[in-house]
Design a protein. Structure first.
Length: 313
């Protein structure tokens, strides 16, 4: 099923042809498209050690190439800074007769993608996430500063998007309460300089292992651990509160407090993290309701946690 109206279809045969054109040594490797993974890219697993990302949406070819090359530089930088395993870039492939855009190759990172509630009561994960965010913030951004209009800059730049999301969500969500929450969130001032951030710490980009159910319920079994981070091509300078979105995307109230205490986040920084989580979650439910239910469920879960949390009251 297509996720976007301007989606580019991809078959395993076309993916294999492009992969072999870039890396002839991979001819004959087992290759499969992972249909439930990736919102902006088709994710293709190649053998046991590689993965390819083919853009899902139509765009200008050279612009896509520049973006992919920039992402691969960011991935290399992220892998150096991260205390847990992350993909390493392996090159950018050319378009072909059956696929019109460049695409990227990277190493495969083993692990199970987290879910919005799967590890919400795991203190070990909360501590590891705080260690990850702290390590990224400690990396040197040089002279770079946030640029562009995406998440991580000014909250007020997202007013039109939030208004659109609320309009599209009137039949799906308690929009009156969410609208009031955004009105409070959008006015939060900024006190921290830019820091290096992952930029999209949602559950699907976090890999875990261990006995999730046992740890979450009664503390027995093997505690789940964070073993990998995906989608690292957006690594760059931004509001340091941006990566705090993971607190509401993944953790319950008690474990959010664990993460906040370890990072020593101020009241203002914590509230801005909630604001970025709100902005992101509002776009998930209506957009993915019929095409990618897992992402819509993430949006609902995050918004539910935010509505129960007094941080933006």
């Amino acid at each position: 099923m297509s996720v976007h109206e301007d989606e580019i279809p991809l078959t395993a045969e076309v993916a294999a042809e492009r992969v072999v054109a870039l890396r002839p040594d991979l001819a004959g490797c087992r290759l499969r498209i992972l249909p439930e993974v990736g919102t902006t890219s088709h994710i293709v697993r190649i053998g046991d050690s590689l993965a390819a990302r083919f853009p899902r949406r139509r765009a200008e070819m050279e612009q896509v190439r520049r973006v992919l090359e920039r992402e691969q530089r960011a991935m290399t930088e992220f892998a150096r800074a991260s205390p847990v395993r992350a993909p390493v870039p392996e090159g950018v492939g050319d378009p072909g007769p059956e696929f019109p855009l460049p695409w990227s190759l990277q190493t495969w990172v083993p692990g199970t993608p987290a879910t919005p509630r799967g590890v919400e009561r795991c203190a070990t994960i909360a501590h590891q996430l705080a260690t990850l965010i702290g390590a990224l913030r400690d990396a040197d951004p040089g002279e770079r500063r946030f640029s562009g209009g995406g998440r991580g800059g000014r909250l007020t730049d997202h007013d039109d998007w939030v208004a659109h999301c609320l309009h599209r969500s009137e039949h799906l969500l308690p929009v009156d309460g969410l609208r009031r929450m955004w009105e409070r969130a959008r006015c939060l001032p900024r006190e921290d300089p830019d820091a290096l951030c992952h930029g999209d710490l949602i559950p699907a980009n976090l890999l875990v292992d261990g006995d999730v159910a046992a740890d979450a319920l009664d503390g027995t079994g093997t505690a789940p651990r964070l073993v990998g981070v995906l989608d690292t091509g957006g690594f760059g300078p931004a509001d340091p509160a941006l990566d705090l979105v993971v607190a509401w995307h993944l953790l319950d109230t008690e474990r959010r407090s664990v993460l906040r205490e370890q990072l020593q986040a101020s009241d203002l920084q914590w509230a801005r993290g909630a604001a970025w989580a709100l902005e992101q979650a509002l776009g998930l439910v209506w957009y993915y309701e019929s095409t990618l239910p897992a992402m819509a469920d993430l949006g609902r879960t995050t918004l539910g946690r935010l509505l129960e949390d007094p941080v933006l009251a």
